[in-house]
Design a protein around this ligand. Structure first.
Ligand code: 5GP
Length: 202
């Protein structure tokens, strides 16, 4: 019997909302879920590891990969380019794994168009003030870059209605529990519809 295809799970939300933390928890707590490692042209932060956090490439290489159609979606964000490697994602889906894309809104909208079965989740901050204080507290960016990210955040928040689910990251444990139940629920829905399909095929 063929392995049922996995599902793309897009987790979007403004920079600083805590996407990385909740995604790590989903990966630990839900079997058969993997996370795509993106390409980026931004500078590596202290502690980031090549091939784990990102594949760090220069602009020329990034543009080349986009031209060769090896990138599933890509976007410019706060002065750098980010993109999802297509082949790896495709292989995981074919192996029956769900693939999390932890990406920003423009990329999520490209996925909505090209992969209509993708599950789209928007992670929101409890308030804009809280987001600002989380971003400043993280201290990974210069004040100019933080300002850029906050401007992006207010734009991104206006697009949350484009997503299937909104989860507010107020209390981490509550947000993780909600996300896990959404991912599991969508998976069982998919398995049920596969069963229905195979019955109808006789
Ligand atoms: P950061 O520089 O903080 O790691 O990421 C900046 C933003 O880019 C975040 O919102 C992050 O989720 C998003 N991002 C990371 N990888 C990708 C990607 O492959 N595609 C898109 N569209 N956004 C990404």
């Amino acid at each position: 019997m063929a392995v049922p295809q996995g599902k793309i799970v897009v987790i979007t939300g403004p920079s600083g909302v805590g996407k990385g933390t909740v995604v790590q928890r989903i990966l630990t707590d839900v079997p058969n879920v993997v996370k795509s490692v993106s390409l980026t042209t931004r500078e590596k932060r202290v502690g980031e590891v090549e091939g784990v956090d990102y594949f760090f490439v220069d602009k020329a290489k990034f543009e080349d990969l986009v031209k060769q159609n090896t990138v599933l979606e890509w976007a410019e964000f706060a002065g750098a380019c980010y993109g999802t490697p297509k082949k790896w994602v495709d292989e995981q889906l074919k192996a029956g794994l769900d693939v999390i894309l932890e990406i920003e809104v423009q990329g999520a909208m490209q996925i909505k168009k090209c992969c209509p079965t993708a599950l789209l989740i928007f992670l929101s901050p409890p308030s804009f003030e809280e987001l600002e204080s989380r971003l400043r507290g993280r201290a990974t960016e210069t004040p100019e870059k933080i300002a850029l990210r906050l401007a992006k955040a207010s734009q991104e928040l206006t697009q949350k209605h484009e997503f299937h689910y909104e989860v507010v990251n107020d209390n981490l444990e509550d947000a993780v529990a909600k996300l896990i139940s959404i991912v599991k629920h969508e998976r069982s829905r998919m398995i049920d519809s596969n069963k229905l399909d195979s019955h109808s095929l006789g």
